[in-house]
Design a protein around this ligand. Sequence first.
Ligand SMILES: Nc1ncnc2c1ncn2[C@@H]1O[C@H](COP(=O)(O)OP(=O)(O)OP(=O)(O)O)[C@@H](O)[C@H]1O
Length: 288
Amino acid sequence: MTSPPALLELRDVTVRFGGLVALDGVSFDVPQGRVTGVIGPNGAGKTTVFNVICGFVRPDEGRLRWRGEPLTRHRPHDLTRLGIARTLQGLGLFPGLTVVQNVMVGAERHARAGFLSALFALPRSDRDEAALRDRAMRLLTELGVAEVAGRFPGELPYGVQKRVALARALVAEPDLVLLDEPAAGLSAGEIDELAALIRGLRDEVSVVLVEHHMDLVMEVCDDVVVLDFGRLIARGSPDDVRDDPLVVAAYLGDEVDDSAADELTEGGTETHDQPSHGGGVGSEARRA
Ligand SMILES: Nc1ncnc2c1ncn2[C@@H]1O[C@H](COP(=O)(O)OP(=O)(O)OP(=O)(O)O)[C@@H](O)[C@H]1O
């Protein structure tokens, strides 16, 4: 059985910031209908991968392909047209718009009338606006936040705002949604809810999850790509990478750095034999 073609391909992507190599020949595929996690310790290059895919950062070397076609010189404002949506760490919700209006703003790809027409419901856009509002409300319902549709983002808990931001990313019915550290700032309970939401997305949309929170990645991802110092050190299923010695070592290094600082301040002498983000020994993960 041949596997379906990748939705997005990164090949030999290198990004330099001055003398610093943020990504060093990184290659991986984002398959259709799956959740692909991009993980790695601090400074590994996760955000740079996200920014390269979004068109915020242009690779110095290497290339991207989207649905088999070269993706060159694309800009963030091209993403919606391509069928790619993203949520950012900063939520980017408009404080002066209600929740449902915020979600509707994400729908440029489908609305025939523009943002202002949709927003102010000019007569010629009545039908579009009604359809768009319906779709926005359906998504808010699916994400469990329909009851706050008429509220303003600033009045809502952070976890609820995150759901609104996700609804806004999904309203244009993208083929791929990029989530940048969606667990940041959420409580343990909210992260569990987020995991269920992301798993539920898989049927409708492919997902790239750039995330620090290892438990979330291990729970929801079908495929995981692990970066360290800008290099791809492992990829495979969560089980494959979890126990990969290189991954364990990368995260253990992170832990040792953090704990060394703690020990200095606390005067402790304990050694740490487990990585902070979960790990063990024995691996099937493929090497870069
Ligand atoms: N605009 C920039 N200018 C200079 N250096 C940068 C820039 N953006 C990122 N870097 C550097 O590139 C490396 C990779 O950074 P990146 O933010 O992609 O890592 P990350 O894995 O997302 O880290 P974190 O988990 O800490 O957010 C780091 O050493 C970082 O300091």
